[in-house]
Design a protein around this ligand. Structure first.
Ligand code: AMP
Ligand code: MG
Length: 485
């Protein structure tokens, strides 16, 4: 029974500078831990065949699906502000699978062994972080936020040395593409202008078919389109309290999908200074800095594109500056639209920004849980928030009620709008940890699968979600995440 793989390998037809052809490194004894059956169905793949021994050999990198032309992609990037040559150091792109609806998806194995870009690394990944990426990426998908997806996780039968010996694993990641800002930075530094143009035309064909491929101004349009998608994406992150944690330019896609679920986590109590990553000691990638960092990364993208924007250097710079300069307003537009929806506002009024700011100020002052505050407002239970007794809260709430009553669409429409905009649940850190501990330490996938099931529709407001909305018991230690490398 064939699994239904249908590969085409357009990236492999780019100039060879952009990749190194090689196969995944075989592993001793692959075992399937989890398969995403819903995603498999979307991709036109047969779940039963994927679960069978041959299917699992593919997920482990021990066998290649028909038509795959495996390679490691070259890219560079600014990591915490410093420019470095990177590339897939522990991942192999098998190629692009064509889904029955014609959509093209990168199929990538993460943790598949060393490559020419591994530097000092072992090319491997471990089970906990791969399952964590699986959970959070699927949760993002459930939230309706553009993201890479997770098709499967297998263990390899090998132990991998981190702080201790941990079970090795491979994640199969599915993405619109793995083109990154860092791919363009790589091309700008190590490629010719022709090669950079080839890459840009490739990105245009793959992600922006609406842009005329003959238009001499198409590269500026590419820049503007990526800026727009990233503004929309980062606004979505802010609206659910998602802290990416490692917004290096190699972790920013051209497609506008969220990528790289290393040290990310969702914020509990509202605080713009929220940081989870153990290595982000300066708070560069704190929640409140994400929009600014995105703008900075996009300026690096613009820089990489300069030779294509205009043959006159000054004019090219001017075009780049103007495009990047539009990012903050684009972000604010998406964010404000989203915040209005979170408060049930379908009309626009001058004072909405101030209303939102005052709410956030109160939330910060009272360390109110970000998700649960909007959940409480959605449920019509403003008494559930920690600032319920505060005078400022009563005043804010009254002001909001008056604002809602000025809308012709009425209260029920507002409630529905809020329900669709405020998740009842997010992958809470303690619930994620609980699921990972059960899976990794006890081989029990039940906890993880129940968590995934409720995260499929975070806007359901169903009784079985209550357990997942509960806050963790107070802890003396802040939650910390690690890159999992
Ligand atoms: P990341 O933090 O996952 O964005 O990875 C940054 C860079 O480090 C990328 O080039 C990765 O391929 C590389 N890398 C991360 N972990 C490993 C590893 N265990 N072995 C080799 N390269 C790695
Ligand atoms: Mg990365």
């Amino acid at each position: 029974m064939p699994a239904g793989w249908r590969f085409d390998n357009s990236y492999a037809r780019l100039p060879s500078l952009f990749f190194s052809r090689l196969k995944p490194e075989p592993v001793p004894s692959p075992a399937l831990v989890i398969l995403n059956e819903a995603l498999a169905a979307e991709l036109g793949l047969d779940a039963q065949a994927l679960c069978a021994a041959e299917g699992v050999q593919v997920f482990a990198g021990n066998a290649l699906p028909p038509g795959a032309e495996p390679l490691a992609q070259a890219y560079a990037g600014h990591q915490f502000g410093y420019f470095t040559m990177l590339g897939d150091g522990r991942a192999i792109l098998l190629g692009e699978h064509l889904a029955p609806d014609g959509r093209r998806f990168d199929i990538q194995l993460k943790g598949s062994g060393r490559t020419p870009y591994s530097r000092g690394g072992d090319g491997r990944a471990v089970l906990g972080p791969m399952l964590r990426e699986y959970i959070i990426s699927e949760a993002m998908h459930g939230l309706g936020i553009p993201t890479t997806r997770s098709l499967a996780v297998v263990t390899t039968g090998e132990k991998v040395l981190r702080e201790t010996l941990l079970p090795g694993a491979v994640l199969t990641r599915v993405a619109a593409s793995h083109l990154r800002v860092g791919t363009f930075q790589f091309a700008a530094v190590w490629g010719s202008t022709d090669q950079l143009r080839t890459l840009a035309d490739y990105a245009l064909r793959r992600h922006f078919p609406e842009i005329d491929p003959e238009d001499p101004g198409r590269f500026l349009q590419l820049l503007e389109a990526v800026i727009e998608r990233q503004a929309a994406l980062v606004a979505r992150w802010q609206l659910v309290g998602f802290v990416h944690g490692v917004m290096n330019t190699d972790n920013m896609t051209i497609s506008g999908e969220t990528i790289d679920y290393g040290p990310c986590a969702f914020m509990d109590g509202y605080d713009p200074a929220t940081v989870f990553s153990s290595i982000d000691t300066e708070g560069r990638y704190a929640y409140g800095n994400q929009p600014r960092v995105a703008g900075w990364n996009l300026a690096r993208f613009a820089e990489a594109l300069l030779p294509l924007l205009d043959t006159d250097k000054e004019k090219a710079l001017e075009k780049a500056r103007e495009a990047v300069g539009k990012f903050p307003a684009a972000f604010t537009r998406y964010w404000l639209e989203g915040m209005r929806r979170k408060l049930g506002l379908s009309t626009e009024e001058e004072g909405d920004g101030a209303l939102i700011d005052e709410l956030l100020r109160l939330m910060q002052e009272h360390k109110a849980d970000f998700t649960n505050t909007f959940r409480a407002l959605t449920l019509g239970r403003p008494d559930l928030v920690p600032m319920t007794g505060a005078e400022g809260w009563q005043a804010w709430h009254a002001r909001w009620q008056v604002r809602l009553d000025r809308q012709p669409s009425g209260r029920e429409a507002a409630r529905q709008l809020m329900k669709g905009s405020n998740p009842a649940i997010i992958p809470r850190n303690h619930r994620v940890e609980e699921a990972l501990t059960a899976a990794v330490d006890r081989g029990d996938l039940g906890v993880l699968k129940r968590l995934l099931a409720v995260l499929e529709d975070p806007y359901a407001y169903s009784p079985d979600q209550e357990h997942y909305a509960a806050l963790p018991p107070p802890s003396s230690q802040p939650y910390r995440t690690f890159c999992g490398t």
